[in-house]
Design a protein around this ligand. Sequence first.
Ligand code: 5GP
Length: 113
Amino acid sequence: MSSVFDQIISKEIPADIIYETENCLAFRDINPKAPEHILIIPKKPITKLSEAKPEDLQLLGQLMLAVGEVARILHVDEEGFRVIINNGRNAGQTVFHLHLHLLAGRRFDWPGL
Ligand code: 5GP
């Protein structure tokens, strides 16, 4: 099933894209929970982390490396940031296309936001 993120990948709907590779895309969250709130997604439509397959191993690594690239672009790599993946309904996942939230620009409690 396609999601709004597929339309962002295909540029059918606009997004504030800050980083893009052949396999990954990073753009600003429309409803930010921190001064910087970026979503990092694979272009491949994996619905959630727990649906990733062994053949996605390299792609998952690319997403992890994209986190660091985005953090450097935002200049938050030194001060720190939080990365969150909501997996499924109980975690509050609302868009069923795997995405990493990178939150930065303020302090975060642990656990909690
Ligand atoms: P989830 O709750 O599934 O982990 O996170 C989905 C995120 O996608 C939410 O933080 C929500 O604000 C964001 N989002 C939903 N629709 C759009 C959209 O059309 N554009 C952008 N940039 N973000 C979106």
